[in-house]
Each structure stands twice: as C-alpha cells, then as structure tokens.
Design a protein around this ligand. Structure first.
Ligand code: ZN
Length: 70
C-alpha cells in the first residue's frame, strides 16, 4: 500500500506498521510505502494516524460499499 506522497522520481521507503481494521479488528499486513522525503515530515505522521483510524480491511470495505447502495 502506498500512503502519502512520493515525489516524481523520488526515493521510496518501505516500512511496517501495525494496521488493524476498524470494523472487525482483524490485523492486516502493514507493509507500506511512502516517499523518503515525506516520511520525515509531521504531515506524514498525521496522515498515517488518520489512515490507521479509518482503515477497513478489504472485506469490511466491500460490505460497506454494498450497504451504502441501499
Ligand atoms: Zn474488517
């Protein structure tokens, strides 16, 4: 998964983060990628926190999509 910004031709950085689905509590493999320059910024931290707070696994996301149709 890519999070945040990666500059054009910029270096990517891989990191692992514990990510848990906010609906079913399932832990998902947290292999993430972001831009090397962006990784050190404060806005990256905020974005990562928000990402984790609102994360849904694939199954829950599909369920939500179906529910929203009704
Ligand atoms: Zn889930």
């Amino acid at each position: 998964m890519i999070i945040g910004k990666i500059a054009k031709n910029g270096k990517k950085i891989k990191f692992n983060e514990k990510i848990i689905c906010n609906n079913c509590g399932k832990q998902v493999p947290g292999g993430l990628k972001t831009g090397e320059a962006y990784f050190k910024t404060k806005s990256f931290k905020t974005e990562l926190e928000n990402f984790k707070k609102s994360y849904l696994c694939g199954i829950c996301r599909d369920k939500k999509r179906i529910e929203n149709k009704h």
